[in-house]
Design a protein around this ligand. Structure first.
Ligand SMILES: [Ca+2]
Ligand SMILES: [Ca+2]
Length: 344
């Protein structure tokens, strides 16, 4: 019995890895709508009732990744972008009138290729669907600065800044100065423009903070998707520990960009776990704070990990509430990733 059972398990495992590899080649899952669970829906309605604003995110529900937009309460959901290219990493301008996003040059490009700038362009579109255009060719990981006066983005190992019309490109940092062969993901500038949060990949996998004044680098340890809270010397990032394999950390950052040593989810004995959803759906990624820092929007999946293939759903949480009060905002078995929120 055992050899047969083991054989079937091995066959199943190789089938699974083959089908995952095939999915990565063929494109993201189209999925299907999911009937909302009554209790989850009631929690969502309780949190989002009366909140005025919009949510954008990237979803594969039309068979490729488009940017979708909806009201915070889930009403008026519609595609903001359309077409076979891979659209993702969408961010509202602070006035809520425009959305920056990353678009592939050929139809399907996996997210782990985000650091090859020649495969992507940064686009902008008005939230009413007009004015779609390429803003920064050959770039990825673009986001507005908090004041909305500039855009920060990456090209491989280099982080640049430009004006909101795409002109005036200037180099902020080449992370190869930190370590040869590293690439940069998800660069994020502090509100005062003095610190740059980095997720490094390539020859070095870690997060860290670069002080642009003293030109010194401080490693934050492992994890990814490090960014700053609005207005505060505080960082937020995903860590590869927790229920479901990940959790979200938040911790104070000193003015020089350093922080206390992170050990087992704690700094100086105090927990820095910001969100680790109880229950089976707890593999968290893409944390994004609202402009005032009073809400967090992010994605969680129950199965799998791939940022652009797994069935992530978008959640919203009022900072400080018990995690059980977090609201599920999407109900679709396709991939839903990298959300942003804007309040009126
Ligand atoms: Ca978790
Ligand atoms: Ca989903």
């Amino acid at each position: 019995m055992m050899p047969g059972f083991a054989h079937r398990l091995t066959a199943l495992a190789s089938c699974l890895s083959l089908s995952l590899a095939a999915a990565a080649l063929a494109g993201p899952p189209k999925g299907a709508p999911v009937k909302p669970d009554a209790a989850e829906l009631a929690t969502s309605q309780a949190l989002t009732k009366g909140l005025k604003g919009k949510i954008v995110w990237s979803t594969s529900r039309d068979g490729n990744h488009d940017i979708y937009i909806m009201n915070i309460d889930g009403s008026d959901m519609k595609p903001l972008t359309k077409g076979p290219k891979t659209d993702w990493y969408s961010h509202f301008s602070p006035d809520g009138k425009q959305v920056l996003f990353c678009r592939s040059k050929i139809d399907w490009i996996i997210e782990t290729d985000a650091n090859y700038p020649e495969r992507w362009d940064t686009w902008v579109i008005n939230t009413d669907g007009t004015g779609e255009k390429v803003l920064i060719p050959n770039s990825s990981w673009a986001d507005w600065t908090r004041d909305g006066k500039a855009i920060v983005y990456a090209k491989g190992a280099k982080v640049f800044k430009c004006n909101t019309d795409g002109t005036g490109e200037s180099l902020i940092l080449d992370v190869e100065g930190i370590k040869k062969g590293v690439l940069v993901e998800h660069p994020h500038l502090s509100d005062d423009g003095k610190l740059l949060a980095l997720t490094l990949r390539g020859t070095g996998r870690e997060t860290g903070i670069y002080n642009l004044e003293t030109k010194s680098y401080f490693t934050s340890g492992g994890g990814c998707e490090l960014s700053f809270f609005p207005g505060l010397r505080k960082g937020i990032r995903v860590n590869e520990t927790g229920i479901g394999g990940t959790s979200i950390f938040a911790f104070d950052i000193k003015p020089d960009g350093t922080h206390g040593k992170i050990e087992a989810g704690k700094i100086e004995g105090k927990s820095i776990v910001f969100m680790d959803m109880p229950g089976r759906r707890s593999h968290e990624y893409f944390p994004r704070l609202s402009p005032k820092g009073d809400y967090m929007i992010w994605g969680i999946t129950q199965y799998g990990h791939d940022h652009d293939l797994a069935d992530y759903e978008i959640y919203l949480w009022k900072v400080g509430d018990p995690p059980e009060k977090a609201a599920r905002l999407t109900w679709h078995s396709g991939n839903d990733r990298w959300p942003d929120i804007w309040f009126e």
